[in-house]
Design a protein around this ligand. Structure first.
Ligand SMILES: Nc1ncnc2c1ncn2[C@@H]1O[C@H](COP(=O)(O)OP(=O)(O)OP(=O)(O)O)[C@@H](O)[C@H]1O
Length: 255
């Protein structure tokens, strides 16, 4: 039977009086992909930030690799790889230096460096990796962040908008890479605005709206539940977005 790599139970984050994530729960089994969907400001990045220890939840429980996380120790950070949505990288390092830095932080054996070179070649980054990170495009930074998340071969990947900035070839390649990692038992948690991609890739989706999980299930289950033919329609129906047609007409009335 497959094990849960990650269990999130009733997790909540408040910033002062504002609740950014409210009592969200889900599990990820090994070898599966869970997609977090939701409109801008729904709480996706805040939720992922709690899972990777950027800040603690206000309440709720995170169980990673069978252990309840309280204050995340360095050892617990070996249990996942994280690709943030932010483009923050150390600008005065080259990609090569940055990856060496990550390689050392994880205290990986020297032989592992050949894997870095293999990833660089796969992602067409062999040349660019010797330039300063501040000169990289959005997609090139994403590729370096993806390699750095994979280096220590974690059992769980947490990816905030992993496909943003990637060209179609790289999107297809990253999808294949994630599927192959899943075949090897890796669990994947990703956030995305790309509903077609979520439909194609995810075993489970959690639809967040205004901090709450408003729908959770497989794409198939959600299509049946909402009696629609695709995830985009689930999204529009669950979030009651169709009514915006009237608002649009109103705002454009004098245009
Ligand atoms: N440090 C903070 N202090 C106060 N409010 C915050 C803080 N961080 C995030 N928020 C708020 O929490 C809400 C959720 O933000 P979050 O970045 O998680 O949304 P998101 O679903 O990732 O959105 P997007 O799709 O636009 O990236 C937003 O209203 C945001 O302004």
């Amino acid at each position: 039977m497959s094990e849960n790599i990650l269990e999130v139970s009733q997790i909540t984050k408040r910033f002062g009086a504002f609740t950014a994530v409210s009592e969200v729960s889900f599990q990820i089994e090994e070898g599966t992909i869970l997609g977090l969907l939701g409109p801008n400001g729904a709480g996706k990045t805040t939720l992922l930030s709690m899972l990777v220890g950027i800040f603690p939840p206000s309440s709720g429980k995170i169980i990673l690799g069978g252990k309840t996380m309280l204050r995340m120790s360095a050892a617990e950070k070996y249990n996942f790889g994280f690709v943030p949505d932010s483009q923050d990288v150390i600008p005065y390092l080259t990609g090569w230096e940055y990856l060496q830095f990550v390689h050392r932080i994880y205290q990986l054996p020297d032989e592992k460096w050949t894997t870095v070179q293999d990833y660089l070649s796969l992602l067409h980054m062999e040349e660019k990796v010797h330039h300063l990170l501040e000169t990289y495009s959005h997609g090139q930074r994403k590729k370096i962040q993806l390699i750095s998340a994979l280096l220590h071969q974690p059992p769980l990947l947490i990816l905030d908008e992993p496909f943003s900035g990637l060209d179609p070839e790289m999107i297809a390649l990253t999808k294949r890479l994630l599927r192959k990692l899943c075949e090897r038992g890796v669990g994947v948690l990703l956030s995305t605005h790309d509903l077609l991609l979520a439909e194609d890739m995810c075993d489970t989706v959690v639809l967040l709206n205004q901090a709450k999980a408003v729908a959770t299930g497989s794409p198939n289950d959600l299509r049946s539940l909402y009696k629609v033919t695709n995830l985009e329609e689930v999204f529009l129906t669950a979030l009651d977005i169709e009514k915006q047609e009237e608002e649009l007409d109103h705002v454009l009335a004098d245009f």
